[in-house]
Design a protein around this ligand. Structure first.
Ligand SMILES: NC(=O)c1ccc[n+]([C@@H]2O[C@H](COP(=O)([O-])OP(=O)(O)OC[C@H]3O[C@@H](n4cnc5c(N)ncnc54)[C@H](OP(=O)(O)O)[C@@H]3O)[C@@H](O)[C@H]2O)c1
Length: 253
């Protein structure tokens, strides 16, 4: 344990996209730090797997498809009605799909923008309403190095993640009077199911070249978990409106 085991004690935190990858790992680490966690996603069996790996017994699962603004807004509303005002939200739901701009169809954009941007916006909208988030709360959204760096085939994903950057900056200004913070984690490549899906579509050599762009190699889910716990805790009380690079040095070049 790097953090004090009570650094998130008595905090109710919603983790959206908790059935896999980074959301799962963050939920596990937040529970280790004493938080009461609401796990949201579409796949009940995989959410239950996350739950079974968590410390403590006061967590719960909520099923939600977050591909629209209204559905994500409803998730926050029903969660708050069930457990009371939240102290934080970690938003990790999203999909990536490779396609060059030339062949990108509306359906592809809807897939990537759905949970990746519209759902994030819906959570932000609901969390902004009085009574949804406690004063002093923290909103953390998963972004990517793709928000600020171009790569072939990543236009839709990059646009969605750049949208997260815009969202958190405006949100930070709107919520500052209540000391509610809004930040993003701009991650480099972390080995998760999403990463494996990408790696499965390209050659080993390309995966190796991509790894070499990260000065410290590919990341592990707990590298993001540590940053998420920090951003959720009082240790980051003076940080808002920022996309923190957690990318093994990818953007240093
Ligand atoms: N892994 C990386 O290298 C990396 C790097 C930079 C940024 N990120 C970002 O980090 C976030 C998490 O990535 P990951 O690697 O953990 O991916 P992952 O393992 O594929 O997990 C994605 C999560 O999003 C949920 N999700 C997707 N669409 C959803 C929808 N419509 N409604 C509700 N939940 C939905 C999935 O839940 P269900 O399918 O169970 O519903 C799953 O829990 C994403 O936003 C991704 O863009 C990842």
């Amino acid at each position: 344990m790097i953090f004090a085991p009570d650094c998130l004690a008595d905090r109710r935190i919603l983790v959206a996209g908790a059935s896999s990858g980074l959301g799962r790992q963050v939920a596990i680490q937040m529970a280790e730090c004493g938080a009461e966690v609401v796990l949201a996603g579409r796949n009940e069996a995989r959410l239950a797997e996350t739950l079974s790996a968590m410390a403590g017994t006061n967590h719960r699962i909520v099923l939600a498809d977050l591909s629209s603004v209204d559905a994500a807004d409803d998730l926050v509303k029903t969660t708050v009605a069930a457990v009371g005002p939240l102290h934080g939200v970690f938003y990790s739901a999203g999909e990536s799909a490779l396609a060059p701009v030339r062949t990108t169809k509306a359906q592809h954009l809807e897939q990537v923008f759905g949970a990746g941007l519209f759902g994030a916006f819906g959570v932000a909208r609901a969390a902004s309403r009085k009574g949804a988030l406690c004063d002093g709360g923290s909103l953390v959204f998963m972004s990517s190095v793709s928000a600020t760096r171009g790569r072939r085939g990543m236009a839709a994903y990059s646009a969605a993640k750049a949208g997260i950057g815009g969202l958190i900056r405006a949100l930070a200004i709107e919520l500052a009077p209540r000391s509610i913070r809004a930040n993003a984690i701009a991650a480099g490549a972390v080995v998760t199911a999403m990463h494996d899906a990408f790696a499965g579509t390209v050659s080993e050599e390309m995966v190796g070249n991509y790894r070499d762009l990260h000065l410290l190699g590919f990341g592990r889910p707990e590298d993001i978990g540590h940053c998420a716990v920090f951003l959720m805790s009082d240790a980051s009380r003076w940080i808002t409106g920022q996309s923190l690079a957690v990318d093994g040095g990818y953007t240093a070049k």
